[in-house]
Design a protein around this ligand. Structure first.
Ligand code: HEC
Length: 121
């Protein structure tokens, strides 16, 4: 009985731990994320992630420059929320209905590869 509780505690830690790491974007596959980015995000956020994609100039609210200090100072969690739920009053809609959780983590990982987190802002 004692063993079972011990095993369950370990499993809980592994399970919660992996969720946390995934939320940090470290579990995403940046290479797969690049493909997702090129297909869905590039037209607004641009090849270099600076918000200069071909469709961006037609928008009233310009796409975020993901290379900016402001965006780089955001945590993975904040970016994840923006991608999943969208940004209110902007053409950035939520992607949770169009991409799988895995694709969202992958694309986040790609963004962080190109524009690493930088707390100094
Ligand atoms: C129709 C154009 C468009 C597309 C397509 C688009 N975005 Fe955006 N994105 C925006 C706009 C506009 C904003 C909000 C800018 C603002 O609030 O100043 C934004 C904001 C964001 C932010 C928040 C940045 C921050 O600093 O808060 C992230 C992250 C992001 N987009 C990622 C993505 C990803 C990943 C995709 C593809 C799955 C994507 N976007 C597709 C237009 C777009």
């Amino acid at each position: 009985m004692k063993n079972i509780i011990g095993i369950m505690a370990v499993l809980a830690v592994v399970f919660l731990g992996s969720g946390w790491v995934a939320a940090q974007g470290e579990r995403g596959n940046a290479k797969n994320g690049q493909a997702v980015y090129e297909q869905h995000c590039l037209r607004c956020h641009g090849l270099t992630l600076e918000g200069n994609g071909p469709d961006g100039r037609f928008l009233v609210v310009p796409p975020a420059n993901l290379q900016s200090r402001r965006s780089r100072a955001k945590t993975d969690w904040e970016l994840l929320v923006a991608v999943t739920h969208g940004v209110i009053f902007s053409p950035m809609h939520g992607w949770r209905d169009r991409l799988t959780d895995e694709q969202i983590l992958d694309v986040l990982s790609y963004i962080r590869t190109m524009a690493p987190f930088d707390a100094v802002s």
